[in-house]
Design a protein around this ligand. Structure first.
Ligand SMILES: NC(=O)C1=CN([C@@H]2O[C@H](COP(=O)(O)OP(=O)(O)OC[C@H]3O[C@@H](n4cnc5c(N)ncnc54)[C@H](OP(=O)(O)O)[C@@H]3O)[C@@H](O)[C@H]2O)C=CC1
Ligand SMILES: CC[C@](O)(C(C)=O)C(=O)O
Ligand SMILES: [Mg+2]
Ligand SMILES: [Mg+2]
Length: 337
């Protein structure tokens, strides 16, 4: 492999056990990091605004919860796991006034550093530990004695050992059990945004909705269209996940495989690839970041409209009815955050 990968034996847990860590935010990532750090013997405090609805969840787990400013003042390592759009204000109000030489500022995603929304002073370490999976999986894997691979990056090495500290943090949340890959804030941010926009979230959701629309507009039953365009996607993606596209093709029928090979490139054609390149360009130039920050500052009017339109898409109503017939899929959220 061309990347550097680090495992448990490469990381010194003592480096993080000797520091006090403030985890700011207790959502998907925050709860997973905080609980696993504590289980790894690290002194953890949570930073949340006074009215935060996450406060009772953290307190129920026996964690000490302070305001972000109080937590940042107490800690040596401050991990920011609040929403990306909240981080700039949070940093200016609560964290910057409580930074001092020798402290470390950590992130779970590089957005605010990559786009210059947060500019830390030169005398603190700036690093990233970004698990490549949702927080609830990160926590579940840790509890099972395993881990989710993570990306580790250093933007600013004031102490001379920022990478060692970041690796120690990754070990404490289970990341080095699976493998921690060294990257940069720029690479992590740009690839993460591209992946979620063009493939994982944006691309996949639009593909599923469009396929469903084509079938139902042609008069096929929405229930049958749902199975073909959404439900079975998981079975196919599970096969890819286990053994790549080749494994998926090994398992499907020859008829499906011939249709895949001959028709897939017509759906995702050169026009789509060109649009993907444009999307990557908007990420690299900072155009997407400027647009998203402005949208957030304006109260998210488009975000709210598009979210409501997505929720009202006929595939959602059909899916709700069908999932009620499948005891194993419509799982309530039972995790602690
Ligand atoms: N979701 C994921 O799995 C992944 C996320 N990341 C990154 O991790 C970071 C956190 O994302 P995620 O866990 O999804 O976030 P969530 O939306 O799940 O949780 C955000 C948490 O921050 C709290 N919060 C909101 N505003 C503030 C504030 N001003 N000050 C302090 N805390 C605040 C929220 O409290 P309240 O309950 O009151 O809203 C909540 O506890 C982001 O940088 C994201 O890009 C990286 C990899 C994967
Ligand atoms: C794929 C979405 C993600 O990038 C993630 C869970 O990794 C996110 O920002 O939530
Ligand atoms: Mg991601
Ligand atoms: Mg992301």
């Amino acid at each position: 492999m061309s990347v550097e990968v680090f495992y448990d034996d490469d990381a010194d847990l003592g480096l993080i056990q000797g520091r006090k860590v403030a985890v700011i935010g207790y959502g998907s990532q925050g709860h997973a990091h905080a609980l696993s750090l504590r289980d790894s013997g690290v002194d953890v405090v949570i930073g949340l605004p006074a009215g935060s609805k996450s406060r009772p969840k953290a307190e129920e787990q026996g964690l000490r919860v302070l305001t972000p400013a109080e937590a940042a003042a107490e800690a040596d390592v401050i991990m920011i796991l609040a929403p990306d759009t909240a981080q700039r204000g949070l940093y200016a109000e609560a964290i910057a006034p409580n930074l001092a030489a020798g402290k470390a500022l950590f992130f779970g995603h590089g957005f605010n550093i990559r786009y210059g929304l947060i500019k830390p002073p030169a005398d603190v370490d700036v690093a990233m530990v970004a698990p490549k999976g949702p927080g609830h999986l990160v926590r579940r894997q840790y509890v099972d004695g395993k881990g989710v691979p993570c990306l580790v990056a250093v933007e600013q090495d004031a102490s001379g050992n920022a990478f060692g500290l970041a690796l120690a943090y990754a070990k404490a949340i289970g990341g080095t059990r699976a493998g921690a890959i060294r990257t940069t804030f720029t690479e992590e941010t740009e690839t993460d945004l591209f992946g979620e926009q063009a493939v994982l979230c944006g691309g996949a959701a639009a593909l599923v909705q469009t396929g469903f629309e084509v079938l139902t507009e042609a008069g096929y039953a929405p229930e049958v269209a749902y199975f073909e365009c959404l439900h079975e996607l998981k079975l196919i993606v599970d096969l890819m996940y286990e053994g790549g596209i080749a494994r998926m093709r090994y398992s499907i029928s020859d008829t499906a495989e011939y249709g895949d090979l001959s028709r897939g490139p017509r759906v995702i054609d050169s026009r789509v690839k060109e649009e993907m390149r444009k999307i990557l360009g908007e990420i690299q130039s900072g155009e997407f970041a400027r647009e998203w920050v402005a949208e957030d500052e304006a109260g998210r009017p488009n975000f709210a409209k598009w979210r409501a339109e997505g929720a009202a898409h006929p595939i959602e109503e059909t899916g709700q009815k069908l999932r009620a017939m499948m005891s194993w899929v419509d799982r309530p959220i039972t995790e602690t955050a």
